[in-house]
Every structure is written in structure tokens, then in C-alpha cells.
Design a protein around this ligand. Structure first.
Ligand SMILES: NC(=O)c1ccc[n+]([C@@H]2O[C@H](COP(=O)([O-])OP(=O)(O)OC[C@H]3O[C@@H](n4cnc5c(N)ncnc54)[C@H](OP(=O)(O)O)[C@@H]3O)[C@@H](O)[C@H]2O)c1
Length: 328
């Protein structure tokens, strides 16, 4: 008999989540049937989308999210015992899964070589593919162009800036602390702006005297309004996320549409699963760049399944550099 721990969405989110929003429970896991497997979480992900997405679920649901898990028992030929899978099993330690059901299939992790398994939740998983596809396919950067990335020191942003450097662009990263800005410079960003202390508009004019060609937007709000004001004609904006308003009751995002018209800007929102048919291409390319020393990653690891809410709230409030993960 296997006992699973799971984190329940105990109270609807309102503003920044607190410990009251979560409740730890246990359940006995059912025996597996044909075409099912039982997996035990090794690393779990905490991501910004969980804050707005959970509002669609009733109180009492298990918190949603991805994890890397080890297959303990299996009656499915493609998920052998001992393999490691990436699956959207939620905030739970043990899961019985029929991988042929549901839209987002779990997949056995490809060989990461010497790299740690936790990267399957970061640079070699959903955030890595968000950066790879969301930047390259939507911004279509050209050598010599100027690229701005907001949320630059996070899981997605830190990769977008480095991919832009690989593509021969000038890169400006906007992040929330001097330490994060220093780290961004150490991994190749040309300029950084601490949005909490700097005059963003003035600093951006200095860093991008010829204007901005591509903007990869992780945050929305005031930062986006300022960057849009300095876009060049025919600039491209990849709208990845708007974390600046995820905790707001009524999002008050200033509308920068005027710039889109006058400068004929192209702005496109996306969900990374648009490229699910090419998912392994992104993982393989990012792994190759890591192995060639062109792509660096950083993880902020919270130890212990019991501490998942702390890791989640810490990430929403800027406590992470690079990908925030939980180690069971
Ligand atoms: N479209 C898609 O398919 C897709 C997929 C993955 C992620 N996303 C989006 O991409 C964005 C980044 O996700 P991630 O996983 O890489 O998270 P992350 O950047 O690793 O973590 C969140 C970061 O957001 C920053 N932040 C928090 N509040 C902010 C505010 N009011 N203004 C500006 N920055 C703020 C914090 O850094 P600072 O210290 O710099 O404030 C924090 O560390 C999110 O908006 C997420 O929803 C979209």
C-alpha cells in the first residue's frame, strides 16, 4: 500500500497567496491496472501560471503542476519501471497514471547526459521550450537587432536573453534586484535594468539608443508600457506572460495599443503547447547549447515537499533566480 501526500487548493486565491490557501493531505494510492503506471515525484515545479489558472478549479482540488517522477510499478510498455517521466500530475508525491488518457501526455525524459533531472522542469522542459519557440518563432530576431526581455532573471527570461545572444542580438534584461542584474551580465546580457530602483525609460534610452526591435514580455503592466514606447517601426513583441498583474484583483494594465498602430508593431501571444509536435526539438537544441557552453542555467531549489507553498510564494515575489523547483 502506497500513501501519497498531496497539496490541496484549500481557499480561493485573492491577492498574493498565503499558507491559508493550501492544505496538506494524504491518500492511499490505488493498485495499477493495465496501461497504467505508478510514479513517485522526485522534483516538482512551481510556476507563475498556477496563480491565475487555479482560479478555474474548485476549492478542494489538488494543486496543478508538472513534476519529474520515477516509475515504481508499470503495466504500460512505454513507461518501464525505473524510467523518469515528466508529467502534469499536480502537487502530489505519488501518482497512478494512464498516459493514454488526457491531452498533455507524460513523456519519458530523454537522456540529459551529465545534466541533472530537475532540468526537465526548466531549461530542458516547458520553460526552455517557452523561451526557444516563443522567442524564435514570434520575434524572429535578426543579427544586430536590439532585444529587451522583462522578467529576465527568471526561468524563461534568462534563457530568452541567452538565445538572443546566440542569434547575434544586443540584449537588455529587466529584473528586480541588483544581484539578478549582475548574474544576467555574467551570462552574457549586454545591459540590465533593475526595475525597482531605476528610471526604466531613461535607462532603456541609454542601453538602446537606436530603439528596441524585439520585446519578449513576461510581465506586462508599466514595464511593458515603457518598452513599447521605445519600440522601432516593425518591431515584434512576444507576449509570454503578465506576472505583474497575476495577484491583482482587477488588473489595471495600461493599454499601449497606440504604439502598435503608429509603429506597425507586431504583437503575438502564445501558449508553449502550440509547439507540442516539436517539443523534443526544443529540448534537444537547448541541451546541445548547454553542452556547447552557450546556454547557462540556474535553479532555485526548495527542499521538501512540505515546503511547496513557500517555494511557490517565494517565486511569485521574486525569491528565485532561474527556475524555481521543489526537491522532494
Ligand atoms: N505563454 C506560455 O506558454 C508561458 C509558459 C511559461 C511561462 N509563461 C510566463 O512567463 C513568465 C515568466 O515565467 P517563469 O516560469 O520564467 O517565472 P520566473 O520568471 O522564473 O519567476 C517569476 C518572476 O517574476 C518576477 N515578478 C514577480 N512580480 C513581478 C512584477 N510585479 N513585475 C515584474 N516582475 C515580477 C520575479 O522576478 P523579479 O525579482 O525580477 O521581480 C519572479 O522571480 C510568467 O509571466 C509566466 O506566466 C508563459
Amino acid at each position: 500500500m502506497v500513501l501519497a501526500k498531496k497539496w490541496i487548493y484549500a481557499k480561493a486565491f485573492s491577492g498574493l497567496p498565503t499558507a491559508e490557501n493550501f492544505r496538506l493531505e494524504e491518500e492511499t494510492v490505488a493498485a495499477i491496472k493495465d496501461n497504467e503506471f505508478l510514479a513517485e515525484a522526485v522534483f516538482l515545479s512551481v510556476d507563475p501560471y498556477m496563480r491565475p489558472y487555479m482560479l478555474q478549479y474548485p476549492v478542494g482540488s489538488v494543486m496543478i503542476g508538472g513534476q519529474i517522477a520515477k516509475v515504481l510499478e508499470s503495466k504500460h510498455p512505454k513507461y518501464p519501471v525505473g524510467s523518469f517521466v515528466c508529467g502534469n500530475f499536480g502537487w502530489r508525491t505519488h501518482t497512478v497514471c494512464n498516459p493514454d488518457e488526457g491531452e498533455l501526455k507524460p513523456y519519458v525524459l530523454p537522456d540529459f547526459g551529465k545534466e541533472p533531472l530537475s532540468l526537465g522542469l526548466g531549461v530542458l522542459g516547458m520553460p526552455g521550450n517557452t523561451a526557444y519557440f516563443g522567442f524564435l518563432e514570434i520575434c524572429k530576431p535578426v543579427v544586430g537587432e536590439t532585444v529587451v526581455v522583462s522578467g529576465a532573471a527568471g526561468a524563461v527570461g534568462s534563457l530568452v536573453g541567452q538565445i538572443a545572444k546566440i542569434k547575434g542580438c544586443q540584449v537588455i534584461g529587466i529584473a528586480g534586484t541588483d544581484e539578478k542584474c549582475e548574474w544576467l551580465k555574467s551570462i552574457g546580457f549586454d545591459h540590465t535594468i533593475n526595475y525597482k530602483t531605476a528610471d526604466i525609460g531613461e535607462e532603456l534610452k541609454k542601453a538602446a539608443p537606436k530603439g528596441v526591435d524585439c520585446y519578449f514580455d513576461n510581465v506586462g503592466g508599466k514595464i511593458t508600457e515603457i518598452v513599447c514606447g521605445q519600440m522601432n517601426v516593425f518591431g515584434r513583441i512576444s507576449v509570454c506572460g503578465t506576472i505583474s498583474n497575476y495577484n491583482s484583483e482587477a488588473a489595471k494594465v495600461t493599454d499601449p495599443q497606440r504604439d502598435y498602430v503608429w509603429k506597425q508593431l507586431k504583437q503575438e501571444g502564445f501558449l508553449v503547447y502550440r509547439w507540442k509536435a516539436r517539443y523534443m526539438e526544443g529540448i534537444e537544441q537547448n541541451l546541445k547549447w548547454i553542452q556547447e557552453g552557450k546556454l547557462k542555467y540556474h535553479e532555485t531549489v526548495t527542499e521538501g515537499f512540505e515546503n511547496m507553498p513557500d517555494g511557490f510564494i517565494g517565486m511569485l515575489t521574486g525569491g528565485n533566480t532561474g527556475k524555481a523547483v521543489i526537491k522532494v
